[in-house]
Write a protein that binds this ligand. Structure first.
Ligand SMILES: Cc1cc2nc3c(=O)[nH]c(=O)nc-3n(C[C@H](O)[C@H](O)[C@H](O)COP(=O)(O)OP(=O)(O)OC[C@H]3O[C@@H](n4cnc5c(N)ncnc54)[C@H](O)[C@@H]3O)c2cc1C
Length: 388
């Protein structure tokens, strides 16, 4: 039987992962296989969300081995998790809590290091009704009180891990009007959550977070310095997006292997006398698409600890698009069976479609990548000179 380690094995010459990293990936895959036995299925969202939270706690010991590239190992872990189900994208790792580890004052960072290691989850609350692609225009506001505390007022929408998160990193306009990132406990007085039913990525709850004069202490809860919010957002997503991409491509690889096994079984049992060319072509094209996009997702993770922001943005848009394309082309080969609401392939299609919005909407990512490519081009005059 094929598995996610076979896919990573095909990338091995380009991955530069240590022996220890491969061994840790194999252990993670084996533990996920064992834990899958208790999966309550996709019909009951509450039961599924509790099971996913439990998995995260059970797998808390799965961290990058000493001396291995943490970002590369985590990307491999995301591929392995996504191969089984995109809902497992929080199975390991600090996730959005990484912003706290990187930018909080030492006492808060230490507290969250312990909580994340115990399986707690941190959400991100950035998007507002005017549009998530324009974070510069956020209106959620922190007003300063006479004792120096901040009172946060406003509303965030489309927030994932809504009810499972113990805290949110919230992007607000600080009293000076600059964008700041603050840590807000999920049970802080004045914080209200409203669940919305999503069409994809429904394993974790999703919806609105309203802030009605929620108090934070900037000395404790502000990440980075004043006005550092946008820089934190960008540096976090430069690291986070390759992980999202790896998870999405793992999901598409899992679908390809399901289709492959189904076709082989149908031929073995004589249901199909032969496999037609159209199926062979889809399988071959999807394998190439997934593998090429995975190379871009893993690109540079081993050396720098994180891909460049440009590779992270374009790699996410391209990789999730490739995963959607592969699954949309493979799904018809399964027939109507794959169209059942809780079938893993139907779920993968919805989940991947949702990922074209979550963590960066794709047209915006391509557009910002394109404009960066124009900004950073060498002197146009010199280029024309050379061409002439
Ligand atoms: C499943 C899921 C999970 C999510 N999880 C989170 C989360 O945990 N936390 C969080 O903060 N957010 C989350 N989001 C929100 C996500 O980050 C946003 O969907 C994304 O940033 C895009 O924002 P938007 O949907 O408001 O679209 P918009 O920003 O409104 O963009 C929609 C379209 O309008 C276009 N557009 C924008 N400006 C212009 C213009 N001037 N002219 C023409 N067209 C324009 C865009 O390019 C795009 O095509 C999630 C979304 C989904 C679907």
């Amino acid at each position: 039987m094929n598995g996610p380690l076979d896919w990573l094995g095909d990338l091995r010459p380009s991955l530069r992962a240590s022996k220890e990293a491969w061994a840790a990936w194999r252990r993670l895959d084996a533990d996920l296989e064992t834990l899958a036995a208790a999966d309550p299925g996709r019909g009951d969202q509450r039961a599924r969300s509790s099971w996913l939270a439990l998995i995260r706690r059970d797998l808390a010991a799965h961290v990058p081995p000493e001396g291995t590239g943490a970002a590369l190992w985590q990307a491999g872990a995301q591929f392995i998790s996504g191969y089984r189900d995109l809902d497992l994208r929080e199975a390991t790792g600090a996730g959005h809590g990484q912003m706290i580890l990187d930018h909080a004052v030492p006492a808060l960072a230490d507290m969250w290091r312990a909580r994340l290691a115990g399986g707690d989850l941190v959400g991100i609350a950035a998007t507002e009704a005017h549009g998530g692609s324009r974070i510069q225009e956020i209106t959620t506001r922190a007003a300063e009180t006479t004792d120096g505390a901040w009172k946060i007022t406003g509303e965030k929408c489309w927030v994932s891990r809504l009810e499972e998160s113990s805290a949110f990193v919230v992007f607000v306009r600080d009293p000076a009007g600059q964008i700041a990132a603050v840590v807000v406990d999920a049970d802080a007085p004045g914080l209200h959550r409203q669940v919305i039913d999503p069409a994809g990525l429904g394993g974790w709850t999703w919806g609105l977070v309203a802030f009605d004069n929620v108090t934070v202490d900037p000395e404790q809860h502000l990440l980075g310095g004043p006005g550092q919010g946008l820089a934190i957002f960008q540096s976090h997503f430069a690291r986070f997006r390759p992980l999202v991409t790896a998870c999405a491509l793992g999901c598409a690889a899992g679908v390809l292997d399901q289709v492959r096994s189904m076709l082989v079984a149908k031929r073995a049992t004589g249901i199909l006398p032969r496999i037609r060319d159209n199926a062979l072509i889809e399988l071959g094209a999807a394998w190439a698409d997934i593998t090429a996009s995975a190379l871009l997702a893993f690109h540079g993770l081993a050396e720098a600890g994180a891909a460049s922001d440009l590779a992270a943005r374009l790699g996410k848009a391209h990789g999730v698009d490739a995963a959607c394309r592969a699954v949309n082309r493979l799904a018809p080969l399964v027939g109507a069976a794959g169209f059942q609401r809780h079938h893993p392939i139907a779920k993968a299609r919805f989940d991947l479609a949702a990922l074209q919005y979550a963590d960066g909407i794709h047209d915006s990512l391509y557009r910002s990548g394109g404009s960066e490519l124009l900004r950073t081009v060498g002197s146009p005059a010199a280029a024309w000179g050379r061409a002439a």
